[in-house]
Design a protein around this ligand. Sequence first.
Ligand SMILES: Nc1nc2c(ncn2[C@@H]2O[C@H](COP(=O)(O)OP(=O)(O)OP(=O)(O)O)[C@@H](O)[C@H]2O)c(=O)[nH]1
Ligand SMILES: [Mg+2]
Length: 272
Amino acid sequence: MVVIGLGQAGQNICKSINNMAKIRTITLDEGKGIPRSSSHESYEQNVPKLGNKLKLGKEQNIWFIVCGAGMISSTTLAVLEQIQDRNVRVALISPDPFLLSKTQVKHNKVVWNVLQEYARSGMINSVYLFSNRHMESFIGQGTIEDLYTNINNGIANFIVTNNWFEKTQPMIGGLFEPKINSTIRTVSLGNIEDLQENLYFPLDNVTETCYYYSINEERIKNEKNLLTKIKEHVILEREGGKEASFAIWQNDTEYSYFYSIKHTHFIQSEEK
Ligand SMILES: Nc1nc2c(ncn2[C@@H]2O[C@H](COP(=O)(O)OP(=O)(O)OP(=O)(O)O)[C@@H](O)[C@H]2O)c(=O)[nH]1
Ligand SMILES: [Mg+2]
């Protein structure tokens, strides 16, 4: 897996990933692979061939992280075009609209809509939505200097852990195979105690859900009825009319938690 981060948000989340795992990350920003420009248009028109910078070789599994509010996100489509033969998942950051200028709001809307259309058309594998405002509400705000630290760690942790799920054989169940058009997604992080979960973006019209439980060894060995508890959780979701599946991995930390990936094919409106 390779993670490409574009602009400030992309770059900072790549840093968080590097602090957690040995995963190759590449930062694209003004002066880093992309020449500095003074307008959206000239950014879009002046994206160089990035083959030498990206050096992706045979790597198929790509995450691309961006927030549409920044000017440099105008280069998103030109960059994605250069890697369109690969399996690209986009992590799209939904900015807090309160913090944006009018131009940023307009620009964000364009990127927001286009990326979802790209996911629906199969140009990219899927788009995962992450809301700064929503995540801040439960992860907590950092200082003004480190406003995004907690959010970035949350997003990075999902990408790193999801990669581990994909490479590691679960004890029970298997990786979820979503319907081909379920390409608009988000994630929630939940705790095993009360099965409460916190959504990273308030996704409307969820049609499919998978639950990936990561349980520590102590609980795997000693906790009775954990499987029943998990099954009931999944059944509850199915009763709501959604497709739901689960898998369980054993981890070697002291923590137990679950990630849930929510899928839909409905275009999501940006936060207002
Ligand atoms: N989650 C998260 N969001 C961020 C972070 N940094 C910036 N953002 C969001 O991304 C938006 C754009 O960031 P900017 O720093 O303004 O712009 P940029 O992406 O570097 O693009 P330029 O305008 O070309 O500098 C901000 O309005 C924030 O909503 C970050 O570290 N984490
Ligand atoms: Mg910038």
